[in-house]
Write a protein that binds this ligand. Sequence first.
Ligand SMILES: Cc1cc2nc3c(=O)[nH]c(=O)nc-3n(C[C@H](O)[C@H](O)[C@H](O)COP(=O)(O)O)c2cc1C
Length: 325
Amino acid sequence: MLKSYLKQSKLVLFFRIFHEKLYEIKLYAKFIANGKRYKDPIKLRTDLMIRTHAIEKGMSMGSMKVGFGRPKVLSLINDLQHFVEINGDVEFVEESVSIINQYLIFNEKNGADMQEVRDHLDRLCERNCIIPQPSFGGILNLDFSETKRLSLLDFGTFSQSRYSIRDFSDIPIDLEIIKSALKLCERTPSACNRQSWRIYVFCSNSKRLKLFNLQEGCKGFSSKMQYGILVCGDLSSYNINELHQVYVDGGLYAMNLMYALHYLGVANIPLTMGHKQKYINNIKRQLNIPENEIPIVLIGVGSYKEKYKVAVSHRTDYMKYTQFI
Ligand SMILES: Cc1cc2nc3c(=O)[nH]c(=O)nc-3n(C[C@H](O)[C@H](O)[C@H](O)COP(=O)(O)O)c2cc1C
């Protein structure tokens, strides 16, 4: 009797969840990349990675102000020097330097005066005996007809030809194509086949732009995207022992959706819904997302230009993070 009461009690459940989350608080407080960042090379690396990648992203956008981001790149160069001084991974610095070098070449080609940034980068290279690798990072210029051909070949070729797109054309995308992609995604695997995803396709101009503005990570290309597909997960599908499963199932769905869109020749990009809880609640309120649903990731959708550019987003060799045990 008591056991069954305790099992059903909301108050007991509250404290059980609280207990679970206490472990997480300890773990987060110890390991996430905030806090004492400038003393810890592993934490600082995370911050530098985000800031370095932002430069590549900027270059891959359809329209970007020539010479964009100078103050940010100057402060990034300063922090890379600090990173070396606290014994940060020099290979990472070489990669970042190569990306900054590509950024300089890109802007100089477009007529911007980048001398101040170049002087700072040269100083960083001289002090640390670094030579930028000419073919590392930056952007790739691609042809849609070739991408379309590759996306219909074997899985290896198909998957290696997918990129996040920030350079779109205005060719309209029929809603039927989006529906075909969603149909393919019905087969996404999920824990105990619970299929907890809840999908919102933002089609109307005003609602879509509202969503993109709230998301904040697509400034500079949001107006060119024709759909925003918000992948949410229903918390009611999970028990106390699987509090993060909603993100796993939703994440698998999102990857499947990106591949389905790629297969159908539709340009797309995953956009983070990683915000502080208060902000997420605000987004949910403004977009009428029910309280029991968690926004997981937003997929921005647009059409390809015949010739388009993408960020290289260099990948680490799998042998560097894989152990065979
Ligand atoms: C969960 C997630 C959130 C992302 N959020 C953003 C974003 O807000 N803005 C953006 O421009 N790119 C975003 N990206 C795209 C990544 O920058 C991109 O996937 C990564 O650099 C790898 O490049 P690729 O997708 O071209 O292979 C996101 C990717 C993921 C997986």
